[in-house]
Ligand binder design. Structure first.
Ligand code: FES
Length: 333
């Protein structure tokens, strides 16, 4: 309790006390002497305070992430923080520090030594009239610091740096059936060539980024999945499943290039309509064209005794747009 009282007293002293600036003799001064301007100082402090509040408001709005008109609130709070800070700087420039414009010839290099000392003196003398220097410095630091924090806050949306395990989780587990929009299971013999289907994990939330998959059938002879992906596990009967979410910026892939014009489009391909990233289902979803930086994640499949399509496990790599370290770990099987 005593400590708290000490803090209160210290804060009040800091807020209310005024120092009497030490002044140099008039004859020695470069900057003409001027009386303190407490009203301008109070304005500056108030504007710093408002800038800090607005910047903290931006952080709070960003963190809550559930206000209606979220974007507008973000714009208003950040705009106000910048406006208050600019207003504070304007008051300082106009009312609290000496300003003068001098037209002079560009100095020779040798002239600089004396000039540098004069500049230091001008800077020191310009602040002489401030009666609450410490408090103004604190206010400026608070406004600048909170605005800096507000500007850094959106970086949080780039994703976690340490714990990325939730990025690897999807609803796909071994044995989960692939169903259509109305929940009807897909049968292997119902999957035709030249058509692509969108499938979902049975009984799971379809809104999660890892839920929707593209299903196509290709001729087994056309597949080149690599030795680490046996066709029986990754493409039974030539049926393949890939994440529907583009690895570039996360759009839903909605185009299937099939049938093709043989000269310019030799193979069927998935095409993302956003920036035209093009993925080859025959080679494990590798990128044929466009800005995507990694293949489409593939889902291993099995055909159960009733002829229905089921997941054999999780995707072979993380789903969705890339993030820092995306290639460093694999999803749990
Ligand atoms: S989001 Fe698919 S190409 Fe950009």
């Amino acid at each position: 309790m005593t400590k708290f009282k000490d803090w209160l007293v210290a804060g009040a002293v800091l807020l209310l006390s005024k120092t009497h600036p030490s002044r140099r003799d008039d004859e020695q001064r470069i900057v003409p002497d001027a009386p303190p301007d407490p009203r301008a100082e109070t304005w500056v402090l108030a504007l710093f305070g408002l800038a800090s509040l607005a910047a903290v408001g931006f952080i709070v709005v960003y963190a809550l992430d559930r206000l209606s008109h979220q974007t507008q609130w973000l714009g208003v709070t950040l705009g106000l923080a910048l406006a208050f800070l600019a207003a504070a700087c304007t008051v300082i420039g106009k009312r609290l520090v000496a300003t003068e414009e001098l037209a002079e010839d560009y100095p020779q290099p040798d002239d600089h030594v004396g000039d540098q000392e004069a500049v230091v003196e001008i800077v020191e003398e310009s602040g002489d009239r401030l009666s609450r220097k410490r408090l103004l410095k604190l206010g400026g630091a608070a406004a600048g610091g909170s605005l800096g924090l507000a500007l850094l806050t959106p970086a949080v949306s780039l994703g976690p740096v340490f714990d990325m395990s939730r990025f690897y989780g999807t609803p796909w587990t071994r044995g989960r059936r692939l169903v259509d929009e109305r929940g009807r299971p897909y049968r292997a013999d119902g999957i035709e060539e030249a058509v692509f289907y969108t499938a979902y994990p049975e009984g799971a939330d379809r809104e999660t980024i890892g839920a929707p998959v593209l299903v196509v059938r290709l001729k087994p002879a056309a597949l080149h999945l690599g030795s680490h992906k046996p066709v029986a596990e990754w493409a039974p009967q030539g049926i393949l499943a890939y994440s529907k979410i583009c690895t570039h910026a996360g759009c839903a892939i909605a185009l299937y290039r099939k049938p093709t014009f043989p000269v310019t489009e030799p193979r069927p391909a998935f095409v993302c309509p956003c920036h035209y990233s093009t993925f080859d289902p025959a080679t494990g979803g590798t990128v044929l064209f466009g800005p995507a930086g990694r293949p489409l994640p593939q889902l291993p499949l099995l055909v159960d005794p009733r002829g229905q399509l089921r997941a054999r496990g999780n995707f072979d790599q993380p789903v969705g747009p890339s993030w820092w370290g995306v290639r460093m770990e694999k999803p749990n099987p």
